[in-house]
Design a binder for this molecule. Structure first.
Ligand code: ZN
Length: 72
């Protein structure tokens, strides 16, 4: 199940302040999206350029503990 663009997802080198799109040079930062893996309750954060809609990943993983969904 692939959502959004089928274009290849690029990579941004994690250095300095990241606000500029390597594809088009847009300099006002990125939109954020996630690819969620239901099986391990873990997702990867994607950055999307608001100008050219290129997608980038930085290996930026997030997780949500299972127990928190139903309350303590
Ligand atoms: Zn761009």
């Amino acid at each position: 199940m692939e959502m959004g663009s089928k274009k290849e997802i690029g990579r941004i080198e994690p250095q300095g302040e990241i606000y500029k799109c390597p594809s088009c040079g847009y300099q006002d930062g990125f939109h954020v999206s996630f690819r969620w893996n239901q099986e391990v309750s873990e997702g990867e954060v994607y950055l999307i350029c608001p100008n050219c809609h290129s997608r980038f990943r930085m290996g930026w993983m997030i997780s949500i503990p299972q127990g928190q969904k139903k309350g303590a």
